[in-house]
Design a protein around this ligand. Structure first.
Ligand SMILES: [Fe+2]
Ligand SMILES: [Fe+2]
Length: 192
């Protein structure tokens, strides 16, 4: 079985772009694992995906897109499109969480979410990340990585069994807690 708990983030020199790129790769792996598995493996992989997606998209929403708005060569419309995509992905994710991995619509829903999230990630990689590297000081990019990592590290690796419903479905609580932690961490810029 693949190691679903592998860290996405090694090294003190890693900046926030390295971190987000590693998370994109990890998100893609977890989608593959969820889609290609059943039973407990699927449930665990989906839990990991929910946690990582919540942390990742919240960090981008709080840090990357607002920063991208201030840089030369971008446009507000482009940033607005990315934020819309993230809002839609979170809504789909909440629906999938509410129904659980055994729900009738889960197989179709997870594939639609995968396609939307990966297309969104490619847009970020193509239009936003290069401009961050080009225009934002390296030490600032590194300190943002530290803040995002710290927030992610405080999230539970697996929801407590009491967070699951009688049908064994993951409750939305843990994912929402991750969103709050990431938001708090990235709003304190001198924490590194
Ligand atoms: Fe994003
Ligand atoms: Fe992203």
């Amino acid at each position: 079985m693949p190691d679903t708990d592998a860290p996405t983030t090694p090294g003190p020199q890693e900046d926030v772009v390295d971190l987000l790129l590693a998370q994109h790769a990890r998100i893609e792996q977890l989608f593959l694992l969820v889609i290609g598995s059943t039973g407990e493996t699927r449930r665990d992989a989906f839990d990991d995906l929910v946690k990582l997606l919540a942390a990742h998209e919240t960090a981008e929403e709080e840090v990357v897109h607002p920063l991208a708005r201030t840089l030369p060569g971008g446009s507000d419309a482009m940033v607005d499109d990315r934020l819309d995509e993230e809002r839609q992905a979170k809504e789909t994710l909440k629906t999938l969480i509410a129904g659980g991995v055994d729900a009738d619509g889960f197989d179709v829903g997870i594939i639609l979410l995968r396609d939307a999230v990966l297309t969104h990630a490619r847009y970020e990689e193509r239009y936003e990340f290069p401009r961050l590297r080009q225009h934002v000081p390296a030490d600032r990019l590194r300190s943002l990585a530290t803040a995002v990592r710290a927030a992610e590290a405080t999230a539970p690796t697996r929801p407590h069994p009491s967070a699951q419903t009688a049908k064994g479905n993951l409750a939305a609580g843990p994912a929402l807690a991750v969103i709050d932690r990431v938001r708090d961490a990235v709003r304190k810029p001198s924490q590194s």
